[in-house]
Design a protein around this ligand. Structure first.
Ligand code: NDP
Length: 478
């Protein structure tokens, strides 16, 4: 009933019903060497990095067209690979299409600087690719996360080796196939498969890899960061979160409650930016919690392709065990489970990795379950007295990925938004994450920014160039 591995292959299991979806071969160490060598050869010899940006953009647009042409099969494959509702999977294919189109445009239009002269020369900057980029992604949103790395890395002129999670391995090869059919030169986008601690670790440590872009948990991020530091290669880390969702008493409570529910129960909570801590002002605490629990109990938990589905299963059976262990831990710490806290009962759910939307209160802010990421549909509720109290609690975790703030007072929104330590601040909205706006974490939530123009610069190094204009030979001493 799980993602089973044999020695030489991974088997993807549909978490909605336990059936087998597909198999991929695990990359051997010898194959990895050959793949890196092929990537390096493509980087040096394919002409990709020398191609005029508008010509590179044409290929990126062709990849976007290829993805769009296969939107439905790709969305269905992702749904079966990791159990996300079909509407979300369609949205993620759209996101991937948009990422390739956006980075085609950035590639064509990105300008570098002519820097102020301080002598007899003209000085300016150009951007150079790193070579072979290792792009490592988690299982929660494969087609979206893959495009978010591959599109800007290719746009910047690199070759890419993509390593998907062993728990959702089927989308990355599809992207590589579509890119090749769209005219991307051979070897510029390759996929390796296997367990993170083996194939992922070998990829990161490989001396032919010139840059690492990782999305995943903070523990793994630290391991990869250490290797990158030792090798002195640049690394981007998009890591976990325990994002505070703040509701002030003066908020539009209809909108706030809907957003808090969407922020934690969307994608079954398997989102790095899930609003997993509700910080609610004391005077509206009881009303907000009652409405939220009512909403949570009415969520349509069903097969990912069922009509009206709001929450599907978790991505794997072993992940459901982890989420349930987290809830048991919260109980042991004295938390009151107001709803959920178990797998649902009934024959519709028996074969799948479903888990009920869960709301827990009564915990102190420093409880482990208020500090650690559950990566599931589990919300902890913490009341606050005033702004100072709120800011201290909201910032009182090691994470700093995102936050939401609900208030009708724009000055309070500004003050709070500036005070909270988070890479993304959503005021009177939540979980807006778009290709055109930088995304990344403060503190233990990461280093570097993906998306936006910064997202292309992430995959390029600045070279400064000087053209001498002096009439006389350069003196030894100046
Ligand atoms: P992991 O950190 O366990 O794994 C992420 C990826 O890294 C997988 O492909 C994994 O392979 C691989 N990996 C594991 N160990 C190593 C290693 N030593 N060297 C190289 N690669 C390795 O995270 P999860 O897959 O469990 O994903 C959940 C986490 O991802 C959560 O913490 C979540 O917050 C975070 N995340 C962050 C996002 C962001 O943008 N900030 C977005 C989405 C998720 P394998 O799976 O085969 O072990």
């Amino acid at each position: 009933m799980d993602t089973r591995t044999k020695a030489d292959e991974l088997v993807s299991i549909n978490p909605a019903d336990g059936s087998e979806v597909g198999r991929v071969a695990i990359t051997t160490p010898l194959e990895l060497d050959a793949i890196v060598a092929r990537g390096q050869a493509a980087f040096r010899n394919s002409g990709w990095k020398e191609l005029m940006p508008h010509k590179r953009a044409e290929v990126l647009h062709a990849i976007a067209n290829g993805l769009l042409a296969e939107k439905e099969p790709l969305a269905t494959l992702q749904m079966r690979d990791n159990g996300k509702p079909i509407a979300e999977c369609r949205g993620m294919v759209d996101y991937a299409v948009g990422a390739f189109r956006y980075y085609a445009s950035v590639c064509e239009t990105l300008e570098t600087d002519v820097t102020p002269r301080r002598g007899d020369y003209v000085s300016f900057t150009v951007l150079e690719p790193y070579g072979v980029v290792a792009a490592i992604n988690p299982w929660n949103s494969p087609i979206m996360n893959d495009a978010a790395k591959v599109a800007p890395a290719l746009a910047a002129g690199n070759a890419v080796i993509l390593k998907p999670s062993e728990d959702a391995p089927l989308l990355a090869p599809e992207l590589a196939r579509i890119a090749a059919a769209a005219g991307l030169p051979d070897g510029l986008l390759q996929v390796v498969q296997g367990r993170g601690a083996e194939v992922g670790a070998a990829l990161v440590a490989h001396k032919g890899v010139g840059m690492i872009s990782f999305t995943g948990g903070t523990t793994t991020g630290r391991v990869i960061g250490r290797v990158a530091g030792e090798r002195i290669v640049p690394v981007a880390l998009e890591l976990g979160g325990k994002s505070p969702h703040v509701v002030f008493a003066d908020a539009d409570l209809d909108h706030a409650v809907a957003a808090v529910a969407a922020g934690i129960f969307g994608s079954s909570g398997q989102s790095c930016v899930a609003g997993s801590r509700l910080l609610v002002e004391e005077s509206v605490h009881d009303e907000v919690v009652a409405r939220l629990v009512d909403r949570a109990k009415r969520i349509v938990l069903a097969a990912p392709d069922a009509k009206g589905v709001e929450m599907g299963p978790l991505a794997s059976f072993h992940h459901r065990e982890r989420v349930h262990a987290f809830v048991e831990g919260a109980r042991a710490e004295g938390g009151r489970v107001l709803c959920g806290g178990s797998a649902p009962e009934g024959e519709d759910y028996g074969a799948g990795a479903y888990y009920l939307p869960t709301v827990i209160d009564g915990l102190p802010h420093d409880a482990v379950s208020c500090q650690d990421e559950a990566f599931g549909p589990v919300l902890v509720v913490l009341p606050f007295k005033n702004e100072a109290d709120l800011v201290e609690m909201a910032n009182g975790t090691d994470f700093g990925l995102a936050c939401g703030i609900w208030t009708e007072n724009f000055k309070k929104a500004w003050r709070t938004g500036r005070a909270l330590e988070a890479g993304s601040v959503w005021i009177n909205t939540y979980k807006q994450s778009v290709t055109s706006t930088p995304f990344g974490g403060f503190k233990d939530s990461g280093i570097g920014r993906e998306k936006g123009i910064d997202g292309l610069r992430l995959y390029a190094q600045v070279k400064s160039m000087f053209f001498g204009l002096q009439e006389n030979p350069l003196p030894i001493a100046k």
